[in-house]
Design a protein around this ligand. Structure first.
Ligand code: ATP
Ligand code: MG
Length: 149
């Protein structure tokens, strides 16, 4: 199916992140031009929500996380950034393993499933996922998808 990707991102923010108990919000950075992409809306919703949920969950009391949409020549990127607890370097290689949780999140609830699913869904859409993180500083996940789905 085809969808205006900026509208989809805005809808996700309104639907899921507009009324948080802690008063924080998701900062959106989108291009001014609109683009229609071919994707599976349900998968893409899951992917984005998993990453944004993590960004809030693993940055308690920090400044707002952000989502940036970037249009390249042949693909588009969705970048989710937070300024939270980060991922210890030794744990980073295991991040997409089923049930894996880093050793600095024992006090925060979770099952270690979200990222495994996120990666599978991303692959199904012909995309890639990568991340950069520094413990105590923050984490940035980058998704890259073809416009054609
Ligand atoms: P759930 O299945 O409910 O999402 P989870 O959040 O523990 O549980 P994942 O989303 O798969 O599981 O994430 C796996 C682990 O990766 C987390 O437990 C955490 O250690 C680390 N992690 C993921 N995102 C972040 C982030 N934005 N900042 C810091 N650590 C993160
Ligand atoms: Mg999670």
């Amino acid at each position: 199916e085809t969808v205006d990707i900026i509208t989809l991102i805005n809808d996700i923010k309104t639907q899921y992140y507009s009324d948080r108990k802690d008063g924080r919000e998701l900062n959106l950075f989108c291009p001014s031009e609109h683009k229609v992409v071919s994707t599976n809306v349900s998968f893409l919703n899951h992917i984005v929500c998993n990453l944004v949920n993590n960004a809030f969950k693993y940055s308690p009391n920090a400044e707002n996380p952000s989502l940036s949409l970037i249009f390249n020549q042949d693909n588009y990127q969705i970048v989710v950034q937070d300024f939270g607890i980060g991922i210890p370097e030794a744990d980073q290689q295991h991040l997409f393993e089923l049930f894996f949780r880093a050793n600095n999140v024992f006090y925060i609830e979770g099952t270690g499933l979200g990222l495994t699913i996120t990666k599978e869904f991303t692959k199904k859409l012909g995309g890639t996922i990568s991340f950069e993180s520094k413990e105590g500083v923050g984490t940035t996940f980058t998704l890259q998808f073809p416009y054609g789905g």
